[in-house]
Design a protein around this ligand. Structure first.
Ligand code: RRO
Length: 311
């Protein structure tokens, strides 16, 4: 029997295929197509303290093999989320990873306190890398000090055993250095990568296509960036588990991220074109791992790092 189980920090999951934060809300639409229990976990859209309408439209633009978004953290705020989304997800029997985002270190502390006694959550994804904020100084994961402060605030306030997965951006000189900071600050695992800051100019109107001007690039165009970031971080800290994401559209793509060092893989942009993409990718990944002679997912994690004669 093939063993598809995986873990991130202290949390265990039956399989490694997760949704990517922001690409499936809290999973209601996807639940029309398959049981959410089929997923390793549902990763919810990053939630903030207060309701937020997000950035002005247009907020999406198509790019070659990719997509640019500038949603700007639209959401109902943590209180409504805890009242409506978490009970619904619990009723579905889904494994839940809650993604949180703050405008300040104090926001992260308050969000963690609000979540500490909520039952049925497997892990927290702490998004410190949203590219769509007015002030680039608010991209906590771009600076070691702010990255560390945000994760420390969550660690201090979350209490108990809930694993913290810190979500990082590849838009830095050394993602391995930021990863080391957040792990030292108390992150149990890492989510790599958030979208890459990009921009599209409409050559007819001769103006930026997005109202917010810049946006986060996702889709197959960024997969080599994700593979590079995961590889570098796994090389620096092989003991720290990675939830990989970035342009995965097939089982082969998921396998590539696993070989680089990911223990689980989130699917985002592919879901917009095909709501059942996650299920297809899960089956393709399993078949691919078996075809390569693996008895378990765990044996394949980071395989690309192993040198000949040292397998
Ligand atoms: O809401 C967004 O605009 C957004 C977020 Br929070 C994020 O983390 N990454 C992204 O591409 N968009």
């Amino acid at each position: 029997m093939f063993n598809f189980e995986t873990s991130l920090g202290q949390a265990s999951f039956a399989n490694p295929i997760f949704t990517a934060s922001g690409c499936a809300g809290s999973g209601r639409e996807l639940s029309q197509f398959f049981e959410l229990t089929e997923l390793g976990a549902v990763v919810t859209k990053s939630i903030m303290l207060k309701p937020r309408s997000g950035r002005a439209t247009p907020r999406m633009a198509e790019t070659p093999s990719g997509m640019l978004n500038s949603i700007g953290l639209q959401g109902p705020g943590i209180d409504i989320f805890l009242e409506k989304d978490i009970p619904w997800l619990r009723d579905q029997g889904a494994n839940i990873v809650v993604s949180i985002a703050g405008e300040s270190v104090e926001d992260y502390a308050v969000l963690a306190r609000k979540l500490r006694s909520v039952s049925g959550i497997s892990a927290l994804e702490v998004n410190i890398s949203c590219p769509n904020v007015e002030n680039r100084g608010q991209v906590f994961a771009c600076h070691p000090e702010t990255a560390r402060a945000a994760i420390e605030a969550v660690r201090r306030n979350i209490g108990g055993e809930l694993p913290i997965i810190a979500k990082l951006t590849p838009d830095v000189t050394s993602i391995a250095m930021i990863a080391e900071e957040v792990v030292a600050a108390g992150a149990d695992a890492l989510a790599l990568i958030n979208t890459v800051l990009g921009m599209v100019i409409d050559t007819n109107t001769m103006r930026p296509k997005l109202a917010g001007k810049t946006g986060g690039l996702s889709g197959p165009a960024i997969r080599p960036v994700a593979v590079r970031a995961i590889y570098q971080v796994h090389e620096a800290m092989p003991q720290v588990k990675i939830l990989g994401m970035g342009g995965v559209a097939t089982g082969r793509d998921a396998f590539e991220l696993i070989l680089a060092g990911a223990s689980a893989v989130s699917i985002g942009t592919a879901t917009f074109g095909n709501p059942t993409a996650v299920m297809k990718i899960k089956e393709e990944l399993k078949a691919g791992l078996i075809a390569h002679g693996f008895d378990s997912l765990k044996e394949a994690v980071g395989y690309a790092h192993r040198v000949e004669g040292n397998l």
